[in-house]
Design a protein around this ligand. Structure first.
Ligand SMILES: [Zn+2]
Length: 594
């Protein structure tokens, strides 16, 4: 009994069966429907995404005995023999094994003869980038002006290796690497067709392991069916792929959340006994933490159907959002550091212990005193949590209500609060700040312009920036005012001096607009004169704001660098801070824009 591998058995035979490449299908079917099929097509994309499959379907559509149609019938002699690879007018060549120019010439020898069976003679050149330069040259002339009955279909994983002379003669179709959701759905569809019992989590795991290649996914599914003796279970697939199954990952996370070092190490040992690859375990951990973070922000409903949200949902309740972020970071870093570990098992164990060390109730002081060397001077986005993350929620609550523990530690520096948004904000706004989206909205919303009670401000050079601010001017006239200082206010005439760097603001329209606003807000003036000065004056609103911003930035950077928690994090992660990434926060707790 012969067994046809799934990838061949379930290879799409019609455009409607192709998954994950709607743009390509649309371009090809439209071209056929309009009877404007270009004579040379290049299918580009990573392996196993459907390059030759689409090329074959195109060949069938052009040669289908029921007439050229946007969709081949899949039943006639031509369609069937194209599927079987026995159609005489479809010449398939693997360029990787026929790179020589003689072979290319030989292939093109009969190009001028009419097709034998079908309407079109089709040259399908797979791995086209492997052809030698002289082969390309031999191909070029025919590619430029092929006989009307000839189509060239080139497929390649590396289009950049094709000469531009070839690229420019082909219509290029870029195929996407497939997302794991699309692959998992197709696997599920195939399992139903094959009458194979498959767990959703198992298929999701196969889909993720396939790296976006449907062909790889189907090969893995073949393997999994054999491994599970006809059924596809998640634990089996996890073992087969050297990964960790969902329950084992949840077990590890539960142990971390509970601070149970024994259970954590026990879980790690079990995984190692099942020959789980530490890199895969950490990848699965990171993936579970990402889904946890999603659940915390938008609820369990958004998590893809491949995972059982029921397993993770309780953890979303117990693990604080900032800790989830931190654990994710530790998992990613730990995975990257595995090659440096004495052996991968040790690397995994240390990474898990680090997750435990950064639990909310692990005192930060302990972590700091455990470090020996002086912290490095600079650091990238701070991977560690702010001091607040290293406290339990109950402690935080106790501190908020003013009971024991509030004097135990100093408040974190402003920059840190801004960067992580973990400092409990004032009671009234705590809820919205739990959502990043809400924070983003607050950060981007511009301050409301106040109505112009400008007359209240003292009208002298020193008070001028205040006056400009109170006017609440928007747009270019606001810019013009902000970059101008007041040099005179007498005899009904306001005299302004514009910072020379912003000379281009001074157009007639903008000048008129500003004049109108000033005269209506300051009725004792009827004329506004604006002159242009050298750069860098201090008496403007913009100049004053710049100076204040610089001072705030310097203060934030200093506080951030001196914070003991930041220092401990830098040491543990061996990372650097990008000083430019530190943003001060204003009194309302929002970060200022860069
Ligand atoms: Zn047909």
């Amino acid at each position: 009994m012969s067994y046809l591998v799934l990838a061949r058995k379930w290879r799409p035979r019609k455009f409607s069966e192709v998954r994950g490449q709607p743009h390509a299908v649309r371009a090809l079917s439209n071209a056929i429907a309009a009877e404007k099929v270009h004579h040379a097509w290049l299918f580009a994309g990573t392996r196993g995404v459907g390059k030759t499959t689409l090329a074959r379907i195109l060949a069938a559509a052009l040669n289908c005995q029921k007439g050229a149609a946007p969709e081949p019938c899949g039943e006639c002699g031509s369609c069937l023999s194209i599927q079987e690879g026995s159609f005489v007018d479809l010449l398939e060549v693997d360029a990787a094994s026929r790179t020589k120019v003689e072979q290319t010439r030989e292939l093109l020898e009969n190009v001028q003869y009419a097709p034998t069976e079908g309407r079109c003679k089709i040259y399908l050149i797979d791995e086209a980038h492997m052809l030698s330069t002289s082969s390309f040259n031999a191909l070029l002339k025919t590619l430029e002006e092929p006989p009307p009955h000839v189509k060239f279909l080139l497929a390649t994983t590396e289009p950049q290796r094709l000469p531009v002379t070839v690229l420019s003669r082909c219509l290029q179709i870029n195929l996407r690497s497939m997302d794991s959701g699309t692959i998992a759905r197709q696997l599920s569809f195939i399992c139903q067709g094959e009458d194979v019992q498959a767990e959703g989590g198992a298929l999701a795991r196969v889909a993720r392991a396939s790296g976006g290649s449907m062909r790889d996914a189907l090969s893995l599914l073949d393997q999994a069916i054999a491994y599970g003796a006809g059924a596809v279970r998640e634990t089996d697939v996890a073992d087969m792929l050297g990964g960790a199954d969902q329950p084992s990952i949840v077990h590890l996370l539960n142990a971390i959340a509970a601070g149970d070092g024994e259970a954590l190490l026990e879980g790690a040992r079990e995984l190692r006994e099942r020959l789980a690859d530490p890199a895969n375990v950490l990848a699965e951990l990171a993936s579970a933490l990402q889904r946890l973070a999603l659940i915390q922000v938008v609820g369990a409903g958004v998590v893809d159907e491949d995972h059982e949200p029921g397993l993770l949902a309780p953890l979303a309740e117990t693990l604080p959002a900032d800790q989830v972020q931190l654990l994710y970071e530790i998992a990613i870093q730990g995975r990257g550091a595995l090659p440096m570990a004495p052996d991968p098992g040790v690397g995994l164990e240390m990474t898990l212990l680090r997750m435990l060390a950064f639990r909310p109730d692990a005192p930060v002081k302990h972590v700091v005193s455990a470090g020996s060397a002086a912290p490095p001077a600079k650091a990238a986005a701070p991977p560690g949590p702010p001091p607040d993350a290293a406290r339990t929620r109950s402690q935080k609550a106790a501190e908020r209500s003013g009971s024991a523990g509030s004097a135990a530690r100093p408040p974190p520096p402003a920059a840190l609060r801004g960067a992580h948004q973990t400092q409990p904000p004032p009671e009234a706004e705590r809820e919205p700040s739990a959502l990043p989206a809400a924070d983003a909205a607050r950060e981007t919303s511009a301050p409301e312009p106040s109505p112009p009670p400008a007359a209240k401000s003292a009208l002298d050079a020193g008070g001028w920036p205040e006056t400009v601010r109170d006017l609440g001017l928007q747009g270019l006239s606001g810019e013009l005012a902000a970059h101008s200082e007041l040099v005179g206010a007498a005899n009904g005439c306001l005299r302004l001096r514009l910072d020379g760097q912003h000379e281009n603001l001074l157009t007639e329209d903008v000048r008129k607009e500003l004049r109108a606003v000033l005269i209506s807000a300051l009725p004792s003036f009827s004329e506004v004169e604006i002159e242009i000065a050298g750069a860098g004056q201090g008496g403007t609103l913009a100049g004053r704001d710049r100076a204040a911003e610089r001072r705030r930035q310097q203060r934030a950077e200093k506080e951030f660098r001196e914070d003991p928690f930041v220092q401990a994090s830098l040491e543990i992660f061996g990372s650097d801070v990008e000083i430019g990434s530190i943003r001060p926060i204003d009194d309302a707790g929002t970060t200022s824009s860069p």
